[in-house]
Design a binder for this molecule. Structure first.
Ligand code: BG6
Ligand code: MG
Length: 220
């Protein structure tokens, strides 16, 4: 039985994934490292510092700890320039409607994001009050695929992991949900998110009845 739904933020509720990519791309260019959209899949759901490590590994570059902090901060400044300009219309189609519908039916909802910028993004989108619990990059110590972010969300909602459904667009995020013992619905490409229990293209036209149908199919 579904008692709670946990939502990733970047790439699930809002299309900030493109801003993360553009900001990292700019930084990679500066460092002389080639960085493709395919490489970017590895960064989704991953913390800021770990993302930098992945890029440095791709380019076989090393930096001092001070330089790393400086570059990560620089990336975040480029990213924030976009976020400050973001408006509520950048919510991904159907996401808010779906969350409101499931809340009405008594299902609890939480945010489970790796981003330290999550509070600002929720504010820009005018959805700070939509979640029953918020767990973001400011509260977690272990990055996805560690299940910490989703386990903290479930515990804040007082729901057992087996009664939780996670919505994720990142490979690391799907793994985190499965590591938490939760059902995971991937948002995006089924080939990329092959570890998810089901994959949907997005929330447009997706209703609670569709979610319930996915589970009924499983029991056939
Ligand atoms: C995740 C994104 O949600 O948050 C990653 O998918 C990002 O791309 C991570 O690196 C950390 O975000 P921030 O906003 O703290 O740099
Ligand atoms: Mg994401």
């Amino acid at each position: 039985k579904i008692k709670a739904c946990l939502f990733d933020l970047d790439g699930v509720i809002v299309d900030t994934a493109k801003y993360h990519f553009l900001a990292w791309k700019k930084l990679a260019d500066e460092l002389g490292i080639s960085f493709s959209e395919e490489n970017n899949e590895l960064l989704k759901g991953v913390s800021r510092m770990q993302s930098l490590e992945i890029i440095l590994n791709l380019g076989k570059k090393t930096l001092t700890d001070d330089e790393k902090l400086r570059f990560a901060d620089k990336k975040n400044q480029v990213y924030l320039d976009q976020i400050y300009r973001m408006k509520a219309d950048e919510l991904l189609p159907g996401a808010k409607e779906f969350i409101e519908e499931i809340k009405q039916s008594g299902i609890k909802v939480a945010l489970g994001s790796a981003s330290k910028n999550a509070p600002l993004i929720l504010q820009q989108l005018e959805i700070e009050d939509m979640f029953d619990a918020i767990v973001d990059g400011n509260e977690v110590t272990e990055a996805k695929p560690d299940p910490e972010v989703f386990l903290k969300g479930a515990s804040a909602l007082q729901v057992e992991p087996q009664n939780c459904v996670v919505f994720e667009d990142a490979i690391a995020g799907v793994e985190a949900a499965k590591n938490a013992g939760m059902v995971c619905i991937g948002i995006g490409d089924p080939a990329t998110l092959s570890q998810a229990d089901h994959v949907i293209p997005g929330f447009e036209g997706f209703r609670l009845s569709n979610l319930i149908n996915l589970f009924e199919d499983d029991n056939e």
